[in-house]
Design a protein around this ligand. Structure first.
Ligand code: HEM
Length: 187
């Protein structure tokens, strides 16, 4: 078997580390804080609906990255899986990748808007650090995504924005923090 690439090892190691820290904090918060009350209002229910849409949008965004990784396309796959050769010809999926790349900015903005709406309607339990962390990370993705796309961004800023936006570390944190945050309050 081929050894794992450095990029893949980093992201897997990071995922394990974040999971361990989150499990620790989950039990800490479970012992320390009383359960968060669910409200039965229409706005709260609507907010829950937005949360579900936000989850699907995030899955959609990261499935684009996964498709690129599986097909060995784009800078991200060169970085994470440099030695990998895909079992199918990536050109067969050129149209799909082109569509996903062209629409990413719009789906990105929609995702952030929906998640912010979700938080605004259901409320943000600031004392459970998973939630403010997810909010900051989602806004982080949006701000740096905009700096990559904005044509007046200075070259250095664009490079930095690409470095911190087009990677999977924030995605891992968003996924794990949101998961543990939600099981904590669904208890
Ligand atoms: C929650 C929101 C977002 C997430 C999770 C996200 C995630 C990602 C990821 C993982 C990549 C690199 C891998 C890939 O190509 O798939 C990427 C690339 C990129 N994103 Fe985002 N993004 C978001 C929002 C945005 C927004 C709002 C913009 C612009 C206004 C944006 C602009 C870009 C650009 C220009 C690239 C690099 C070029 C490309 O690969 O298409 N993103 N994004």
């Amino acid at each position: 078997m081929k050894p794992l690439s450095k990029g893949l090892k980093k992201i897997l190691g990071f995922t394990v580390l974040i999971t361990i820290i989150s499990i620790g904090y989950y039990f800490y918060a479970l012992l320390l804080y009383p359960p968060v009350e669910e409200r039965e209002t229409v706005l709260y229910k609507l907010g829950e609906g937005f949360g579900e849409i936000g989850l699907w949008l995030l899955l959609f965004i990261y499935s684009r990255t996964l498709i690129k990784l599986l097909l060995g396309k784009g800078a991200i796959s060169k970085r994470i899986l440099p030695e990998y050769s895909p079992p199918v010809d990536a050109r067969l999926f050129g149209g799909l990748i082109h569509f996903l790349d062209r629409t990413h900015v719009y789906f990105g903005i929609a995702t952030i808007a929906i998640i912010v709406l979700h938080i605004a309607l259901v409320g943000l339990p600031m004392h459970i650090l998973f939630f403010p962390a997810v909010l900051i990370l989602v806004i982080w993705q949006g701000v740096f995504g905009m700096f990559i796309s904005w044509r007046y961004s200075p070259k250095e800023l664009e490079k930095f924005a690409y470095l911190v936006h087009a990677q999977l570390f924030t995605g891992v944190m968003i996924g794990i923090f949101a998961y543990f945050g939600h099981i904590l309050i669904d208890d």
